[in-house]
Design a protein. Sequence first.
Length: 228
Amino acid sequence: MDLIFQAPIIPSDDPRPYKNLMKVLCNTNTSAGFKPTRDVSLLEYNLKAFDLGPPRLGEPPDKCPLLAFFADAALGEIRSILFGHGKEKDDEVRVYEKLPRDLNYHKLMGQTKFCLCPSGSEVASLRVVEAMHAGCVLVLISDYYAVPFDDVLDWSKFSIQIPSKRISEIKTILKAVPYSRYLKLQKRVMQVKRHFELKRTAKPYGVFHIVLHSIWLRRLNIRLPDRF
């Protein structure tokens, strides 16, 4: 089983190991060979020094004046489309390719109702974990992305998923979400975020245990031969 994103290269002249390899990957692109019924989707984390997560600067829902927010480099086609439609053009939907120095990235996340999580050079996004820590409702903008832990978590209960072809409708879609539904989504984000948190000592229901649980479930569902 390969638990490393950049895995050692398996000799291409012997394809047999690929057939029975259970992969645990961040780049869970179903159009590029990732199989949700066999492989396991892993979250992406941006770890700095000894910190196991971003600052927790989330505000209560009634103190979040921004509708949506995203800031990062224009990596990949989806972000290029997003920037083409909304980069620094709207006060309610704040989209930046380069955040001005006088603005605090994590503070803005904490003041936002919906955090945009568009795919970059890969289908996954670091924004998923950052949005969770900020208590922000996730808006996944991607194609072919197999979300983590979907065998135990119903992502429709704490996130909104938008395909790339509807990027131009983002503001309309989010404005149409009733405030009562937003409150339910945000409450569920706060309930499930413990499953996305890294701890130096693994905790029950934490990310390490959920990953192992996902591996265990898939091992039960597929029968592998005794040897290649």
